[in-house]
Design a protein around this ligand. Structure first.
Ligand SMILES: [Zn+2]
Length: 108
C-alpha cells in the first residue's frame, strides 16, 4: 500500500499535465483493483451450490485466473479458469456454474 499512498500524494500535489493526473488515477484504480483481488483471493465464501433439484454447501474462492469451489458434501469441488468456465452466476450466497469442457455433473 505504500506505493498507493505515494501516488495519492502525487495526485494531491497536482501533476503539471492533465494526462499525467489521469495516468496516476488509472494506476491508483489498478492498484485498488489488485488489492481487492488480493483480498478476494485470501477469502473464501460459504456458498450454496445450486443443482437442478437440490444443492450442496461449500466454499467459493475467486482468484485472478478463475473460480474455485470446495465442498465435502459432494464431489462437486472444482477449479475453473475464466477461459474454460462456460457460465457462472451468483445469487446471494448461492451460485450455479457450467463447465465448458465436460458435461456438468450437477443434475442431481
Ligand atoms: Zn454441488
Amino acid at each position: 500500500m505504500r506505493s498507493a499512498e505515494h501516488l495519492k500524494k502525487a495526485r494531491e500535489l497536482g501533476g503539471s499535465e492533465r494526462a499525467g493526473v489521469e495516468k496516476i488515477q488509472a494506476m491508483l484504480q489498478d492498484l485498488q483493483d489488485r488489492s481487492m483481488l488480493k483480498t478476494l483471493e485470501r477469502t473464501s465464501y460459504a456458498v450454496e451450490h445450486k443443482h437442478t433439484f437440490s444443492s450442496c454447501r461449500g466454499n467459493l474462492r475467486i482468484t485472478a485466473e478463475g473460480v474455485e469451489f470446495k465442498t465435502g458434501d459432494t464431489d462437486h469441488s472444482f477449479y475453473e479458469t475464466y477461459n474454460t468456465i462456460r457460465s457462472f452466476s451468483v445469487e446471494g450466497t448461492a451460485f450455479q456454474s457450467a463447465r465448458g469442457t465436460t458435461r456438468s455433473t450437477t443434475s442431481g
